[in-house]
Each structure stands twice: as C-alpha cells, then as structure tokens.
Design a protein around this ligand. Structure first.
Ligand code: SIN
Ligand code: FE
Length: 303
C-alpha cells in the first residue's frame, strides 16, 4: 500500500492513466493531492472554521445528503438560521465540485457510482470521547450500519481545510491481507442467514417490523459491518498490526477506498468529505474487491 502523489494540474488524465488511478485505489493505495483540486473560496473556509458544535456526541459530523439536498447534524442551539443556510450552500457546492472533478479524473467510474453523503468534520479528532464502535482513532474498515452497499465500494474524497494543521492518519494493510488473518477462525461470512434476503414487507408480515437494519443487509454487508466492529474491538490487532502514518497537510486532499484500507484519524480538525458508492461492475480490478475476496473464502455468492 502506498500514498500516490498526483501531479499538480492533473485534471483530465488520459483513459489509460485514469484506469491506472482506479486500479491503484482498488488495490488499497491512497491518491494524494498536495494542493486540493477542489478549493473553497477563502470566505467560505473562514466561515467553516468559525463553526463550533456543542453536541458533538449526538452527531458525529454534519452531513449533507446530495440526493435530497438536505443538511443534518447541525446544532441549531448555536447556529442561526442564516448560518445553517450558508453551511448548506457551502456543502452543496463542495459536493458538486468533488463530483465534477471525479467525473473527469476517474472517468472509468463515471455514471457507475451512487452519490452518498458529504460531511463536515469540525471537531478536534485527538482525544474525542466517542463510544468504541464509533471511535475513528481505532483502525477499521468502513461499513454503514443503516446503509448497506450490496457490494458497491466505499470511496471517500477528503479535504483538510484547517489553515495550518495536518490531519494525521494511520493505515494498515488492505482488506485482502488483513481479513485472511482472521477468517474463518475468528470471524466468517454468514451465508444466507434466514432474514438476509427478506424484504421489509415480509419482515413486517411476520411481526419483525422494519426497524432491524440487519434484515436489509446482504451476507456481504453483514460481514463488512461485523468486520468493522471486530477490528475496533480487537486490542491485540490494533497494537500489533503493521501501521503506516501519514500527515495530510493543510490545504491538501486525498481519496481512498475506506472499505478496503484499515484507517484511523489520530489528530486534526476541520475536514470536508464526499462519499461515493462505486458499483461492482465499475471495478477495474474486481479480483481485489472485498466482495470477491470474501466470496472466494466463502466459496459462495454473498449478495
Ligand atoms: C474515518 O473515516 O474513519 C475518519 C476519517 C477522517 O475523518 O479523517
Ligand atoms: Fe472510517
């Protein structure tokens, strides 16, 4: 795994180069832009740096949902309606700028992703007091409790908008090598659990309600969620696994498949991020995707 620095001004790579970037991302590399290709107006950055959330435990981040054009997680006790509206506009613009940039930069994925949430992360990450499974200073691969991906890959684009400080990450070896240390001895895919293919309606019909998220998960999503928890709850692995640290400087951006690369943020404040769920058929190197790796281990389809 490596951090691959993208030359400045590289906006529209050739199709071959774009495929090469996709292949590197899929294999677990981080693509790093020393100067962000999606700069924000200085006024907007100044505004974001002035935002202080008081109820950080309630909402981990401020989220923007591009499909609905909705902002959530804002502490309305400290933010005026004008401030909320401005924040909304800035997030909408950031989201659109990242999408426009990646549509050209990662052209093999264009139209083959589902646009997920964007987030604004105004909290200091060092020493954040969160419940264990929500901590981001423990190495983990990403999975969303309420949003199963059904095999789509979680690609995240980050921007460190702090005026001076770096955002400090550690990462470990990609999914394929990390997961093989543990399966099937300590954790294994659960094949076709009785409810995994059951739709909401069927679940309700037998009185299970629709409130149980795991009912909507495929065996793949079930494993990815359990693996996220398993890694965070494994102090021996956290202590002993190979670790590579990176400090992403003020004003930089980077992107990474966070379902593939175990990652943790140790320090830093003020980041923006946009998530993409890239469809399995868009993969340039499907053989290294967590889905394929797991299906090979399980010798069964997991979707
Ligand atoms: C995470 O995805 O675990 C957090 C990364 C960050 O906020 O820098
Ligand atoms: Fe994460």
């Amino acid at each position: 795994m490596a951090v691959v620095s993208v030359p400045a001004g590289m906006i529209e790579p050739s199709p071959e180069q774009a495929r090469a970037w996709c292949a590197q991302l899929e294999s677990g590399d981080i693509l790093y832009f020393p100067r962000t290709p999606v700069p924000l107006p200085p006024d907007d950055i100044g505004f974001l740096l002035g935002q202080q959330q008081t109820d950080s435990s309630l909402h981990k981040n401020i989220a923007y949902k591009p499909g609905l054009d909705r902002l959530s997680g804002v502490d309305t006790r400290t933010a005026s309606p004008d401030a909320v509206a401005r924040l909304h506009g800035i997030m909408r613009h950031y989201s659109q700028s990242v999408v426009a940039f990646l549509a050209r930069f990662l052209s093999p994925y264009q139209d083959r992703w589902q646009l997920d949430y964007a987030s604004f992360r105004p909290q200091e990450e060092q020493g954040r007091d969160l419940p264990l499974r929500r901590r981001n200073d423990l190495l983990h691969t990403d999975a969303f409790p309420t949003r199963p991906t059904h095999g789509a890959r979680i690609l995240r684009f980050f921007s460190n908008i702090h005026p001076r400080r770096s955002r400090d990450w550690i990462v470990s070896d990609p999914f394929a090598s990390t997961v093989r240390q543990f399966v099937p001895r300590l954790i294994a895919p659960r094949l076709g659990s009785p409810f995994s293919r059951m739709g909401k309606g069927a679940a309700r019909a037998i009185g299970l309600g629709s409130a149980i998220p795991s009912l909507k998960r495929s065996p793949y999503d079930d494993f990815m969620m359990r693996f996220h928890n398993f890694l965070k709850e494994n102090p021996a692995w956290q202590a002993q696994c190979p670790k590579y640290s990176f400090q992403f400087p003020a004003g930089s951006s980077w992107m990474v498949y966070t379902d593939t690369v175990p990652h943790a943020v140790l320090a830093g404040q003020y980041a923006l991020e946009q998530t993409f769920l890239v469809l399995p058929e868009a993969m340039v190197r499907p053989e290294v995707s967590p889905l394929r790796v797991l299906e090979e281990i399980a010798r069964a389809p997991l979707l």
